[in-house]
Design a binder for this molecule. Structure first.
Ligand SMILES: [Zn+2]
Length: 137
């Protein structure tokens, strides 16, 4: 079994389809059958209408940078070797926002509203993390 020196995600039972899809290189979000709202992060009921009738849908994997920060120092010890790295909030084309990293991009190239697409980074056999990179890289 592959282990990681980095912390692994803290998961919920209702978030399992998200992590399974990520292992398979797919990005999925929930959609509410009650009101039609796209939902991320994984929930057991809709935060808009409280319906428990949620389905999983394939996301395009495309979005834009809503906001970001460049971590240049004082990162937790497991991430020191990654500095500088980018923590960003991505607005997916489906309308939900996702906290992740921007990779394959120098921090000074980054701009808000920049078009990005998902890429996947295997952390362990169980966890693969969706990250984002500039479109076309
Ligand atoms: Zn709803």
């Amino acid at each position: 079994m592959q282990t990681s020196t980095k912390p692994i995600p803290d998961t919920t039972p209702w978030g399992k389809p998200f992590w399974k899809a990520a292992r398979e290189g797919r990005l999925v979000i929930q959609n509410c059958s009650g009101c039609g709202a796209p939902i991320f992060y994984p929930r057991f009921c809709c935060p808009h209408c409280f319906s428990e009738n949620l389905t999983w849908v394939e996301a395009s994997g495309k979005g834009t940078v809503y906001s970001y920060t460049v971590v240049k120092n004082n990162a937790p010890s497991a991430f020191v070797q990654d500095m500088p790295f980018v923590v960003a909030v991505i607005t997916l084309d489906e309308g939900v926002r996702m906290l992740s990293n921007i990779v394959e991009c120098e921090p000074d190239e980054l701009k808000c509203d920049m078009a990005v697409e998902v890429t996947f980074e295997k952390l362990t056999d169980e966890f693969t993390l969706p990250k984002f990179k500039p479109v076309g890289r």
